[in-house]
Design a protein around this ligand. Structure first.
Ligand SMILES: Nc1ncnc2c1ncn2[C@@H]1O[C@H](COP(=O)(O)OP(=O)(O)OP(=O)(O)O)[C@@H](O)[C@H]1O
Length: 501
């Protein structure tokens, strides 16, 4: 447990730190920034003295609807949505940004939403809806006037019918007493995890079901509510064996998510905190299952989702070792028309952050794929994403070994040489591709799955794999924009800042 706490605090520290890195690095790319901007902490941003700010899933009001509806239910053309597209000559991709534009006072909207929800009737067992947009209240046109900004949501008749149906959801709405009973009054003995934002308790419901009760416990009420709704909004739409399942929620006296218990806990704990070493067969199962879960998020959901915090601590294992991706507090819906999303504040976990995200705030599926590559390296080597004793990131350690195909130097010695070499080669190949510095060179999750399943065979060395050979324009992009030296320098710089903290 001590190990877990230490790890949690390390991750939290780096979250804070990256907010500052973000401010500095984004300022470096803005010609209008003065030196003073670089050296002062802006109000509203996280600093070392306060908890890192975790922005809501969507600062746009559509989040209110998105919390309870599937993405396809959301009216596409809303008055408040502003999306701009611009091309840059230096990149083969069209760089599209979601401009957040005017700052909508979403915090108060969210807060009001949950207050009304709480106020409703906490004893109602079947959770039906978030009241303001809920059953019976929905009109063809809903207007909200907040902070001088008028927001209009328009629905057709058929959409309204669909919304009414969707609003009857199948989660339990637990009372605080239910959860107290299930967790022996939130006994410390039942604590099974601590993250940067929550404490997680093991519990047993009246019907015997074992659950994990996630109590959000950091930040202001507005921040907690934002985080809560963001996570509920995403996780309630997931239905995949490799995604942690939501059983219910509780909003009495705090914000609680009740999830199915993953009996073996997090991969991070098992891989790095337990004396009993995970054998290769189990590691390969985790690699494959996590890849399936991520492929579902990226490619098979009604609308693609980026998790943004893929790491060993957010991969839970069920009793039979099946991995489940958890913690959707940072996840984002990514609309089809956006190639990537640019976020104003950096959040994530040091060691798993893709270079383009760390330096430019650009997120898309490829940021998750980079992080997944780091997890694969952890599975292969048994090392942590960041080794605080040697002050080295796993990517910096593994890259030269991968480039030179030194498989035996990468493999965890604690496996005692007992592994399936063919599977190891597949995992190495996938990891090597996933941690490429150029996002365009990283494979999609379905390509990763094919590699892991052995459907794409070939040498582990990337340059010998035809499907990922660089195009001429990619070579130019790399040479001009982001070459390997800069990539390593960037990682080193992050590393240095993090260790100096
Ligand atoms: N369903 C579950 N079953 C078993 N353990 C769980 C479950 N959910 C969470 N945990 C444990 O609690 C820990 C923290 O959970 P989680 O990552 O959701 O919290 P968080 O505060 O959002 O974390 P972060 O700092 O990564 O944002 C996990 O690493 C895991 O050990």
């Amino acid at each position: 447990m001590e190990d877990k706490l230490r790890e949690a605090s390390i991750f939290t520290r780096h979250r804070r730190h990256f907010s500052d890195i973000s401010r500095i690095s984004s300022a470096l790319f803005s010609s209008s920034t003065s030196f003073e901007d670089l050296t002062t902490t802006k109000p509203g941003r996280s600093n070392h003295a306060s908890r890192p700010h975790k922005p809501p899933l969507h600062p746009l009001p559509s989040s209110l609807v998105q919390t309870i509806l599937s993405p396809d239910d959301i009216p596409r053309s809303t008055d408040y949505e502003s999306v701009s597209t611009s091309s840059t000559s230096s990149c083969s991709d069209t760089h599209t940004q979601c401009q957040l534009g005017n700052s909508v006072p979403h915090g108060s909207l969210w807060k009001g939403l949950v207050r009304m929800w709480r106020h409703k009737n906490p004893s109602v067992k079947r959770f039906s809806s978030f009241p303001p947009f809920g059953v019976g209240k929905l009109s063809g046109k809903k207007k909200l006037v907040k902070g001088g900004m008028e927001l209009k949501l328009q629905y057709s008749d058929s959409q309204q019918v669909q919304l009414q149906e969707k609003l009857t959801l199948n989660w339990e709405n637990f009372s605080l007493d239910d959860l107290k009973k299930a967790t022996s009054d939130f006994s410390e003995d039942n604590v099974i995890g601590k993250g940067g934002f929550a404490k997680v308790y093991k519990g047993r419901l009246d019907n015997g079901t074992l659950v994990a009760v996630k109590r959000l416990n950091k930040g202001t009420e507005t921040e907690r509510v934002n985080n809560f709704l963001a996570e509920v909004g995403i996780v309630s739409h997931m239905n995949h064996p490799n995604i942690a399942k939501l059983v219910g929620v509780c909003v009495e006296g705090g914000e609680y998510l009740v999830l199915e218990l993953s009996a073996l806990g997090s991969l991070s704990n098992i891989l790095h905190g337990s004396k009993e070493k995970l054998n290769w067969e189990s590691r390969f199962k985790v690699a494959l299952g996590t890849a399936k879960g991520l492929e579902y998020l990226h490619e098979r959901c009604p609308r693609r989702i980026i998790h943004r915090d893929i790491k060993a601590a957010n991969i839970l294992l069920t009793e039979d070792g099946e991995p489940q991706i958890c913690d959707f507090g940072l996840a984002k819906w990514l609309p089809d028309k956006l190639i990537h999303h640019q976020v104003p504040i950096f959040e994530g976990t040091f060691g798993y952050i893709a270079p383009e995200y760390g330096m430019h705030g650009i997120v898309n599926e490829k940021s998750d794929i980079y992080a997944f590559g780091v997890v694969l390296l952890e599975l292969l080597s048994g090392r942590r994403a960041v080794d605080f004793s040697s002050k080295q990131s796993i990517v910096l350690w593994a890259k030269p070994l991968l480039d030179d195909d030194q498989i035996t130097d990468i493999i965890d010695p604690s496996l005692g040489g007992v592994y399936n070499m063919d599977q190891v080669r597949r995992v190495i190949c996938a990891a090597h591709l996933c941690i490429q510095h150029s996002p365009t060179l990283r494979p999609s999750m379905s390509q990763v799955l094919k590699i892991l399943n052995g459907e794409k065979t070939g040498p582990t060395k990337m340059k010998q794999m035809p499907m990922f050979r660089r195009t001429f324009s990619e070579e130019i992009f790399d040479a001009e924009e982001y070459n390997a030296t800069r990539y390593l320098n960037d990682i080193k710089r992050h590393e240095q800042i993090a260790f100096d903290f």
